[in-house]
Design a binder for this molecule. Structure first.
Ligand SMILES: Nc1nc2c(ncn2[C@@H]2O[C@H](COP(=O)(O)OP(=O)(O)OP(=O)(O)O)[C@@H](O)[C@H]2O)c(=O)[nH]1
Length: 312
């Protein structure tokens, strides 16, 4: 899909593109469902063997038709795919509206292409095969694992170096998550992780990426974004997340996030970028949690004062 969209597009082409996107999603979800069934029922040959009934198939059809009801039960991967699709779709609709009003800028279209590529990449990975899927997509939250993160960061770094475009990474860590597990149990804790991953994905642009970094920690990659911009976007998102309940049956909780943000600067390695985001996250925790801290810009060269450089 992404490859076939030229840089100069007509409204008709965009209309077709949107239709393809919907069709593409349907195919992706059908595939995904079969993967999920083979994961859940490894011994059965097909879905009917495993007692896969039409209720779920109907819900699936509804989801594909665009009525993503909150009642749709879904794994983290499924929800993540829907969240990503919604975001790509909204961006595509926006491009179409702008194109009709003659205000569609090439940069916006380039972002749409990027978002579609990221969406397809995610969907393809889910479908590729079970073993790869388990390595690349986190089972609990449905977002990419560190395995994919490392490759994506390398690519972003190369892109930034080529085009001198800024990008930013953020480390987001759930506050007092141990208490959530201790109070409500581990399964609810898993639900919180999945919900937060979906809310982060939903609240960001479709070409931003959320990865599960470890336990209750997520790494967010924001291409073409300065540290200041990322800070303000993530601060608004942090506020929204902290104000919304997370519910699973009768169990309800609210959780907050502490976030450390670090902008790429030339000469910095990925390791350093992450370490800076981590240090900023530590400051956010120390400062009382439920806040966003921006890493200070590190000098390009080694500081003339080694003691100062060593403190970071
Ligand atoms: N349910 C669930 N819990 C997890 C998972 N991975 C890590 N955890 C839990 O995350 C908790 C992390 O606890 P701590 O490192 O003490 O951090 P915290 O309680 O969030 O406190 P602060 O980060 O200092 O605000 C531990 O209770 C882990 O068991 C997971 O996949 N599922």
């Amino acid at each position: 899909m992404a490859d076939s969209l030229p840089s100069e597009v007509s409204n008709l082409q965009l209309d077709h593109f949107l239709r393809d996107l919907r069709r593409g999603l349907k195919a992706h979800l059908e595939h995904l469902m079969s993967v999920m069934f083979s994961l859940r029922f490894p011994d059965s040959r097909d879905a009917s063997d495993a007692g896969f009934d039409s209720t779920l198939a109907c819900r699936f059809e509804e989801a594909v038709a665009g009525g993503y009801g909150p009642e749709i039960e879904a794994s983290g991967a499924y929800r993540s795919l829907l969240a990503r699709h919604r975001a790509v779709h909204a961006l595509a609709e926006d491009c179409l509206a702008r194109s009709r009003a003659d205000t569609l800028k090439p940069a916006k279209l380039a972002r749409l292409l990027r978002a579609v590529e990221a969406f397809q990449d995610f969907a393809d990975r889910l479908h590729s095969n079970t073993a790869a899927t388990l390595i690349e997509v986190d089972e609990v939250t449905g977002v990419f694992t560190r395995h994919v993160m490392e490759r994506e960061l390398k690519e972003e770094l190369a892109r930034a170096r080529r085009g001198k475009i800024p990008f930013t990474v953020a480390m987001a860590d759930i506050d007092h998550f141990k208490a959530v597990n201790d109070t409500h149990g581990h399964p609810f804790g898993d639900h919180v992780l999945a919900e937060l991953a979906a809310r982060l994905t939903d609240g960001l642009r479709p070409y931003d990426q959320v990865f599960r970094y470890g336990g209750e920690e997520f790494l967010v990659l924001l291409p073409e974004t300065s540290g200041e911009e990322a800070r303000s976007v993530l601060d608004r998102l942090r506020e929204r997340i902290g104000a919304a309940e997370i519910r699973d049956g009768n169990v309800v909780a609210t959780v907050t996030l502490s976030i450390g943000v670090s902008e790429f600067a030339s000469g910095r390695s990925i390791k350093r970028l992450i370490a800076d985001a981590d240090a900023a996250l530590y400051r956010a925790k120390q400062g009382g949690r439920n806040r966003v801290e921006l890493a200070e810009r590190t000098p390009k060269r080694r500081s003339a004062n080694p003691a100062a450089a060593g403190r970071r």
